[in-house]
Design a protein around this ligand. Structure first.
Ligand code: SF4
Ligand code: SF4
Length: 68
């Protein structure tokens, strides 16, 4: 099953991946990374990611990897 990993230290909290995931699988975490930015994460790793890679392509900081 496809899934993604998000590097919280690369994330700057722009929320583009949250907005553009067609399945709404990504949310913002209330915590902060070492740069003081909120970072995104999967809502529920058990949910069905399609592996479409829209989130990875839209991320300006290349923080998302897609695993198919
Ligand atoms: S690969 Fe596609 S379905 Fe999976 S989290 Fe990213 S945008 Fe959403
Ligand atoms: S698009 Fe990239 S930088 Fe923006 S919230 Fe998502 S992972 Fe973070």
């Amino acid at each position: 099953m496809p899934t993604i990993t998000i590097d919280r230290e690369l994330c700057k909290g722009c929320e583009l991946c949250v907005y553009f995931c067609p399945k709404k699988l990504i949310r913002m975490d209330p915590g902060f990374n070492s740069r003081g930015a909120h970072f995104s994460c999967l809502r529920d790793p058990e949910q069905q990611c399609s592996g479409c890679a829209i989130c990875a392509k839209i991320c300006p900081d290349v923080a998302i990897e897609v695993w198919r």
